[in-house]
Design a protein around this ligand. Structure first.
Ligand code: ADP
Ligand code: GLC
Length: 484
């Protein structure tokens, strides 16, 4: 098997920079595809946290002007794997998050920042920076969406690398107005519906979807859903039109990061065969959230506090959950109105509902390791990772029947219970009735004499590793390289 070289361009990568699941996936992919003969190099914007975490780096290329700003490509190694970084201080040397300032306001020049990132990705992949060209360029989400366009509209088309565009979330499309096109250094021919133009402006995700050699999304369920307007969010026609290029490949768990037998963030480790350590973790969660101690069901939520995640519906059912004897611990940040609603619920139910606003990776691990059930009432969920971590940690997922959630959790209905296959609770629709009923059902399953432990154990024994999906990406890279 000849080794294939792939450049993976993503705006986040655990543990260097993370706001959500994209980081987990970009961080895990190199190890997932390595056993299948793929040498993957990651490419990231040079945010301050990234530059700081890489003490040893060398300059491999300089731009006098990359879409108007001086920039360098730096090469480094992280955890033994190669990494390339776009050091463009004019774009990335800022306090705050990767997309927004400390107040949560999007940077006004996000279009140009990520167009520059995408252009540099294409230059790297095509060998225009002095480094060896790559066989395949793998672009993630709208931030890298223009990379396939820069490959198509510059350089020798006969020899250019193949490209894959992965949709992690159709809700974020990176649309900018028509005037923006002039700043992209793309030829006039790119301004068309077969190119980057979308509803009179520049569509960055749209460009990637039209121009990449293959498209993937992060579960088969979501690949199906985005053919419809409710989920395709305007791009459904394009998705249907390029159906022969579309692949649904479910995300996996990085076992080096998420393994309850060896997780340093837990108060006590445990395994599927010996769950006794979970009690100490439950006590630690109660302490961290100021909850009363007890053996009754403890629900956890770890998420961005947004409409996508159904957090407005969660607010509506908290009184019901507490009324049935449940307790709730929520870790998240996001919409101010949802944060306020959560604080109000905690005020109504002191010691039954605990809220932590913020981002806390070790606490997220502890909550999976000691919570009884994780609530995920998402309106749409391309894949979802927290249900996979819940499965691996015996924290039973209670999830909306959508996207990757529906693909990865087996509902505890009678047939599945009898077969010993049930791993969680699935519900629809995402509204008060749906979620309240799911919580009632979960509490019944948890009750004395009920078959809770087999559900936990079936989840922990499910194979959610990157094995099959790593092989699927590798096969796809090979296929599109050969087709070129
Ligand atoms: P999304 O990427 O849509 O936010 P995913 O379920 O794919 O959803 O991934 C979310 C990732 O972010 C998971 O690794 C989850 O544990 C983590 N996460 C979300 N919110 C927080 C938080 N407040 N603190 C710590 N980790 C969080
Ligand atoms: C997006 C999606 C989430 C998915 C993640 C990683 O953030 O919202 O469902 O798990 O990307 O692919």
């Amino acid at each position: 098997m000849t080794e294939l070289s792939v450049l993976s361009a993503a705006s986040e990568c655990w543990p260097l920079i993370k706001t959500g699941g994209l980081a987990d996936v970009a961080g895990a992919l190199p190890a997932a595809v390595a056993p299948h003969g793929v040498a993957m190099t990651r490419f990231l914007p040079g945010y301050p946290s990234v530059l700081k975490a890489l003490p040893r780096k060398r300059t491999v290329f300089r731009y006098d002007s990359l879409l108007g700003t001086p920039a360098r490509i730096l090469a480094a190694k992280h955890e033994g794997r190669p990494l390339l970084v776009l050091d463009a201080p004019g774009f990335f040397e800022r306090d705050g998050g990767p997309y927004a300032d400390a107040m949560g306001r999007d940077w006004l020049d996000n279009g140009l920042r990520f167009a520059a990132f995408a252009k540099a990705a294409a230059d790297l992949a095509a060998g225009r920076t002095g480094l060896k060209p790559f066989d395949v360029l793998h672009a993630h989400d709208w931030q890298a969406g223009l990379a396939p366009a820069y490959l198509v509209y510059s350089g020798d088309q006969a020899t250019r690398p193949a490209s894959v565009m992965t949709i992690h979330n159709m809700a974020f499309q990176g649309w900018f107005d028509a005037a923006f096109f002039a700043r992209l250094a793309l030829p006039p021919v790119a301004w068309s519906i077969e190119g980057v133009e979308y509803h009179g402006g520049v569509g960055m995700l749209k460009a990637g979807l039209v121009l990449a050699d293959a498209i993937t999304t992060v579960s088969p369920g979501y690949a199906e859903e985005i053919r419809r307007p409710e989920f395709g969010m305007g791009l459904e026609g394009l998705v249907v039109g390029r159906q022969d290029r579309m692949h649904g490949i479910v995300n996996g768990i990085d076992a080096a990061e998420w393994n309850p037998a060896k997780d340093a963030a837990l108060a006590a480790p445990f395994t599927a065969d010996d769950l006794s350590g979970r009690v100490a973790n439950k006590r630690a969660i109660e302490a961290a959230f100021g909850l009363e101690s007890g053996d009754g069901p403890l629900f956890v939520v770890i998420t961005r506090l947004t409409w996508q995640k159904g957090m407005d519906v969660l607010l509506e059912v908290i009184d019901h959950l507490v009324g049935l004897g449940g307790r709730l611990a929520v870790l998240g940040s996001g919409d101010a109105a949802i944060e306020a609603g959560l604080h109000a619920a905690a005020g109504r139910h002191p010691s039954r509902v605990g809220i932590r606003i913020g981002y806390d990776e070790p606490l997220a691990h502890l909550m999976q390791g000691g919570g009884d059930a994780i609530l995920i009432p998402s309106r749409f969920e391309p894949c979802g990772l927290t249900q996979l971590y819940g499965l691996a940690y015996g924290c039973v997922p209670v999830v909306a029947r959508t996207g990757g959630l529906g693909d990865t959790v087996i509902d505890a209905n009678e047939a599945a219970m009898n077969a010993g296959a049930a791993t969680g609770v699935l519900f629809s629709p995402v509204d008060y009735q749906g979620l309240a009923a799911a919580i009632s059902r979960t509490i019944r399953l948890y009750g004395a004499g009920a078959p809770w432990r087999p559900i936990q154990q079936a989840g922990m024994k499910t194979d959610n590793s990157w094995g099959r999906s790593g092989a699927a990406y590798a096969a796809l890279y090979r296929q599109i390289k050969e087709q070129r």
